[in-house]
Design a protein around this ligand. Structure first.
Ligand code: HEM
Length: 121
């Protein structure tokens, strides 16, 4: 699978939505969802784009048996966490955000293990 293309496409989708949310916040003078905007841009755009560029720089990463699951969990977590942060702010209930944050952490730890095993070989 072209993980670089998948990651960067997902990252660009996050950037478009994150920027649109930023513009809306500015127009509405309502910054309540600012942490959701920040996480969609930094986790969704920056982190996913970096995963894509690192896959491009180290093609051996795509041979890892964990690559497909890591990609799915990373993208799902990067979409879920900003949405769940918004839910947490609006409902004062952080449960979903806590669950999503562990998905993001698992994706990061998996990518780190893939990197050490495959890119260093
Ligand atoms: C069209 C593009 C963008 C617009 C219109 C926009 C707008 C905003 C606005 C209105 C705020 C709230 C400011 C406040 O609370 O006083 C904000 C916060 C923030 N934005 Fe953006 N933004 C954009 C793109 C980005 C991008 C690309 C990133 C990161 C890669 C980013 C990261 C952040 C961060 C880290 C915060 C602070 C969040 C916080 O303090 O909770 N923004 N942005």
């Amino acid at each position: 699978m072209r993980y670089d293309f998948v990651f960067i496409s997902a990252a660009l989708a996050c950037l478009l939505v994150g920027e649109a949310l930023g513009i809306w916040m500015g127009i509405a003078h309502d910054f309540t969802l600012s942490p959701a905007h920040a996480h969609l841009n930094l986790l969704g755009w920056v982190t996913l784009a970096l995963y894509g560029l690192i896959h491009r720089a180290y093609p051996a990463l795509s041979q890892s048996p964990a690559a497909f699951a890591q990609c799915g969990v990373a993208i799902a977590g990067s979409l879920a966490l900003p949405a769940d942060i918004a839910v947490s702010i609006l409902t004062q209930n952080p449960t979903l955000a806590i669950i999503a944050s562990f998905a993001v952490l698992i994706a990061t730890a998996t990518f780190a293990a893939m990197f050490v095993r495959k890119a260093g070989a």
